[in-house]
Design a protein around this ligand. Sequence first.
Ligand code: NAD
Length: 256
Amino acid sequence: SLAGKTAIITGSNSGIGLGVARALAGAGADVVLNSFTDREEDHKLAEDLGREFGVKARYIQADMSKGDQARALVEKAGVCDILVNNAGIQHVAPIDEFPVDKWDAIIAINLNSSFHTIAAALPMMRKAGWGRIINIASAHGLRASPFKSAYVSAKHGIVGMIKTVALETAREPITANAICPGYVLTPLVEAQIPDTAKEYKMSEEEVVEKVILAKQPSKEFATVEQIGGLAVFLCSDAAEQITGQPIAVDGGWTAA
Ligand code: NAD
């Protein structure tokens, strides 16, 4: 059981982050939810989750595109046994037309924020004598697709970062790993279907079948519950010697 441990999950008011938060809370961890918004419904989400699983749950607003806010999230939480870097955005365009502001935002949110949260969390983990760092990378941390230059660059960067952190913490009871999901049907994936349809000159239905699930030999989306289950396993004693690994949950995508 993860009772007594506190998990911070960045970008967790939706999709995979929320799924991972629910799985960790289900295993007994107290959780800190996060996003850049500060709405009543964000705080209520944490309140409801805490009640459902009988754990302490808080929502802390912080914009992961800003390094100081990423560090402040960890400082405000005050304790961090499990750090799940999940916040991420996507934009689809050819590199020579890729909007500079989108490139900067993707690198800041999907890559740089993890540098800042890890830097802030490691001293807390060392003090507690235990820690788990889990980055939600992507199959795009291991493989590329056209029109996703910023995302693929950021996700490959995350895999490199996690390997480095694993080596720096190798003699300590701390592990650092990356979960590399294939396609999971979340708002992030739903939002890129129209743009991808435009790039490939296809209907949205064709994009799901011929572009998205074409990558995934299982022909099925992975689920947020499956990603959450792996995160819980990575926090277990059985996973103590698993560190520095990108672990794919992709229906066979990266086997090819
Ligand atoms: P999502 O859009 O449902 O979730 C993204 C989360 O990040 C949301 O909670 C959002 O509020 C938050 N977020 C966005 N910008 C932020 C910011 N500036 N500061 C703080 N939080 C911010 O999408 P998702 O599919 O659940 O994606 C979660 C992670 O999983 C991302 O890193 C994504 O790259 C990765 N991923 C998703 C898939 C997939 O198929 N859905 C596949 C591989 C990897």
